[in-house]
Design a protein around this ligand. Structure first.
Ligand code: IYR
Length: 222
């Protein structure tokens, strides 16, 4: 096997402690402003923004750098309609029987139901697929590692990048999501991971009045 090749770390930037505190406070406040949005304007979004944010997401740390993800950007109204119709069938069953009482109680503050008009009204949907394994050129399988962790991190970075660019998102997880594989004609090694709804919020958009846990609740320092 060839010797692994290393290059100097040129991209790292060191800041003074005061600048670090300022920068971390800035990103904290920037992310505290992010809300999951369900009321979207149909105003189209600049394709370049999506391209930049996807490229950013593709830099995510991941298992053995095999980058086990694929992003399908849907702006075609006909495909959005198909996705909405298929998602609403699954969601109807979810809300009517699959969810169960505790889950429905937990969802109550969000005010969600099986109607998903944003799947058609939002200008873009990004279907995120995880690749359980890779496919080599000869069709044989290539093992992938920490797939869920890798795709989860990339998705978080994508949401952060879109938010920072001035776009609202909704992480939508119709369950099961098999219909995305069919509608989007994805290969057998891919599983739909999440459907990200992307766009500008509608002028009259509202969000649930809910709170995040405090630092004391989510972290322990020893
Ligand atoms: N997938 C359903 C239900 C749902 C589940 C969770 I967990 C949420 O945080 C929000 C919704 C839906 O999208 O309505």
């Amino acid at each position: 096997m060839e010797k692994p090749s290393f290059i100097p770390l040129k991209e790292y930037e060191q800041y003074s402690e005061s600048e670090m505190i300022e920068r971390s406070e800035w990103i904290m406040k920037e992310l505290q402003r992010r809300r999951s949005v369900r009321d979207f304007s149909s105003k189209p979004i600049p394709p370049k923004v999506i391209e930049h944010c996807l490229t950013a997401a593709g830099t995510a740390p991941n298992g053995a750098n095999l980058q086990p993800w694929h992003f399908v950007v849907i702006t075609d109204p006909k495909i959005k309609k198909k996705v909405r119709e298929a998602a609403e069938i699954e969601e109807k069953q979810f809300y009517e029987s699959r969810a169960g009482e505790e889950w429905l109680d937990d969802l109550h503050p969000l005010g969600t139901d099986h109607n998903k008009p944003f799947l058609e009204s939002a200008p873009a949907l990004i279907a995120i697929f995880s690749q359980s394994y890779g496919l080599k050129n000869d069709g044989s399988k290539k093992k992938h590692y920490y797939v869920k962790e890798s795709v989860g991190i990339a998705t978080g970075m994508l949401i952060t990048a879109l938010h920072h660019s001035g776009l609202a998102t909704l992480t939508h997880t119709p369950s099961p999501m098999g219909f995305l594989t069919e509608i989007l004609k994805r290969p057998e090694n891919e599983r739909a991971f999440l459907l990200l709804v992307v766009g500008y919020p509608a002028d009259d958009a509202t969000v649930p009045d809910i709170e995040k846990k405090s630092l004391e609740e989510i972290a322990t320092f020893k």
